[in-house]
Design a protein. Structure first.
Ligand SMILES: NC(=O)c1ccc[n+]([C@@H]2O[C@H](COP(=O)([O-])OP(=O)(O)OC[C@H]3O[C@@H](n4cnc5c(N)ncnc54)[C@H](O)[C@@H]3O)[C@@H](O)[C@H]2O)c1
Length: 349
């Protein structure tokens, strides 16, 4: 039987379930240990997914010789210290998004990766959902011509996640910009094939998130603890002259709140997740629908677990290069800086 990658999951809260279900369905990896500071949470996960060993201190997991890789599903503030410690312990790392809160943190993670010569991959699962895989494959053929602009939205209407760690800056690093903006920004830049941002201008607002009178579709949350933005918008310039606009919100008064992006080139535009190519053929304007709809496509999280394990076992490069995640985090950090100063900010990478 081919060797399986032996993985320990660190953090067994909300998103860990999507990863654990993913590993259960793939043949390339097995979960050999789990860790959470909450003993009850790790016990529950171990029972549900038949995980043989549990710990409440991740350093004890890193000392396990038969663990090849860790999958980090802890809140954002812990991504950097846990990743650096894991790489130093000789483990490959798959880490939830955002890879870290600041550019400086991501640089430390990349330095640790280079020293250890292990893999570092950010869990940007939106790259691995079926429509993204299909659109990416199609655009690889130069379908759009020269890409000069993209729009990215990650907007929710009155949907503040009151659970977990999404409304406190100390642990999350910010609000919708870093939480859901990171998904669509990463995917859009992936489709643009452009990870060379040079400057960002942005605004943020917290006018709705703290207001106790407003309803929230996802239930009550502690308004006094809410110290992140509820809305952010930004404009990114790239080294080749291309640009991108980004909108992210937990609470926008929007009729059609959604996560989507459009990428525009000199030959055609691409719409995700609508899966349409807007172009021209023989001087006739065309809206071409991509018939991607595979019946049994695995969920994005499962596919991301699979490509991570395959890449490690095959000695390949990270399916989500950490340098690309550095560009994404640099944009988010610059947007927050620009919002605080009211000025355009040069991206430091
Ligand atoms: N890709 C996605 O769609 C998606 C969705 C939700 C969350 N996330 C990301 O996943 C991460 C976790 O989010 P969540 O919603 O699962 O949060 P969560 O609070 O539900 O789970 C986090 C878990 O980590 C544990 N933990 C905290 N510190 C720890 C430590 N030092 N050692 C071991 N365990 C520790 C907590 O006890 C908790 O059980 C975040 O980075 C978030 O951005 C991704």
């Amino acid at each position: 039987m081919a060797r399986k990658l032996r993985i320990a999951i660190l953090g067994t809260g909300g998103i860990a379930g999507a990863h654990l279900r993913g590993y259960r369905n793939i043949s390339e990896a097995e979960i050999v240990a789990a860790c959470d500071v909450r003993a009850d949470a790790v016990k529950k996960a171990a029972e549900e997914y038949q995980i043989p060993r549990t710990e409440t201190d991740y350093r004890r997991v890193l000392a396990m010789k038969d663990v090849d890789a860790v999958d980090i599903c802890t809140p954002n503030a812990y991504h950097m210290p846990m990743t650096v410690a894991a790489l130093r312990a000789g483990k490959h790392v798959l880490c939830e998004k955002p890879l870290a809160i600041t550019t400086a943190e991501v640089k430390k993670m990349i330095a640790a990766r280079d020293k250890s010569r292990k893999m570092l991959m950010c869990a940007q699962h939106q790259r691995f959902v079926a429509p993204s895989l299909a659109l990416k494959a199609l655009l690889g053929g130069g379908t759009l011509g020269e890409v000069y602009f993209a729009r990215a939205w990650a907007n929710r209407r009155r949907q503040v996640p009151g659970w977990g760690n999404f409304i406190q800056k100390k642990v999350a690093g910010g609000g919708p910009c870093i939480d859901i903006g990171v998904h669509i920004l990463d995917l859009t830049m992936h489709l643009m094939e452009n990870f060379k941002p040079v400057s960002v201008t942005g605004v943020t607002c917290d006018k709705l998130g703290r207001n106790p009178k407003l309803m929230n579709q996802w239930g009550e949350y502690d308004r006094k603890k809410f110290d992140v933005e509820d809305f952010a918008a930004g404009f990114v310039r790239f080294a080749n002259g291309a640009a991108l606009s980004l909108e992210c919100s937990f609470m926008l008064n929007e009729k059609d709140p959604t996560m989507r992006c459009s990428v525009f080139g000199t030959k055609a535009g691409a719409m995700w997740p609508e899966m349409e190519i807007i172009g021209e053929s023989n001087r006739v304007l065309t809206d071409t629908k991509i018939a991607y709809t595979p019946k049994n496509a695995p969920p994005g999280h499962e596919q991301e677990c699979r490509v991570f394990a395959q890449a490690v076992l095959g000695g390949d490069k990270s399916p989500v290069p950490a340098e690309q995640s550095l560009a994404v985090v640099s944009i988010l950090e610059s947007l927050y800086k620009s919002a605080a100063t009211g000025k355009e900010v040069k991206v430091a990478m």
